[in-house]
Write a protein that binds this ligand. Sequence first.
Ligand code: NDP
Length: 334
Amino acid sequence: MNPIRWALVGASTIAREWMCHAITAEGAGQILAVVSQSQDRADKFAAEFNIPQASSALDDVLTNADIDAVYISTTNGHHFAQAIAAMKAGKHVLCEKPLALTLDEAREMVAVSQQAGVVMATNHHLRNAATHRKMRELVQTGAIGKPLFARVSHAVYLPEHLQGWRLNRPEEGGGVILDITVHDVDTLRFIFGANPLSTVGIGRNSQMAIQDLEDGVMAVIEFENGVLAQVHDAFTTRFAETGIEIHGTAGSIFAKNVMTQKAVGTVELKTEAGLSAVAVEHENLYVRSVRCFHEAVRGLGLPAATGEDGVWSLATALAVQEACRTYRRVYVAI
Ligand code: NDP
């Protein structure tokens, strides 16, 4: 089978650390071009990954008929315009989260993908984790009875090399809610197969981010299946551990060290029968995300997280942001 031929839009850290490998894994994809706002950055990135074309003009890539798909990992404020241009040029798009800065933009991205007849996916990596997939299976097969509550611990320390626009550029979608809460929402939607209804929350600025931009948040999200989910996200906690707990009428699931980019973590199930470890077969999350995307491009199913999934996670994150800023309960407007 011929490999899917990609262009990278954005000479980013996520592309460097995870996605170049994921795209080319198993020979399923080839990277033909990289676009950056800076020609120098594009050239260096291309040299590092042996990419034939490096450009500072998106059009150079969009007019290249050899390119099938585009991976967009620029700062959040650029996603919308770049994705729309790519899809209108007939390219399939895998876009980083959050899809855009506003709900209208995200909805338009999905509409344009449908009009253009191309695949559009959101790179919500966590639903590709074996741990989260196992939790979903446990919940969906009734292992914990009726799910009642969830608690997501996704408070981390933002690594020094990422302490840039996330902390000082609200106009680029900086702040912890658009960066991390979007992932929590997508993961919870995936595990429960249910959508969020409303949220309350309080944000915190601990002076890692600029004034008025949240670098920590605690929120409660109400889901349509009755679940109340508590999410705790931060850039500022050096020693916190990540995880998810899900509590139901007949059991609880404890997943530790699972809100991460790495294929690690454990899942335990506690019921009347006692506490037992649940076996999971770990796999690189991004490799799986790209594999699903490739299959979708070939007409064999949906990507792991669709454009609509990205609309839901953005809508909910924006609701959390508004709840924090108004101290009111906010309904998720989809
Ligand atoms: P980076 O800050 O590394 O890169 C973002 C963009 O900034 C790059 O695409 C590049 O754009 C520009 N840039 C890079 N270096 C410089 C520089 N020295 N000076 C000025 N601009 C520069 O961000 P991340 O890789 O961490 O995040 C990129 C996107 O990916 C975001 O949307 C983020 O939310 C998402 N993300 C998703 C993750 C996931 O697991 N799904 C994990 C991490 C991030 P250009 O080359 O076009 O100029």
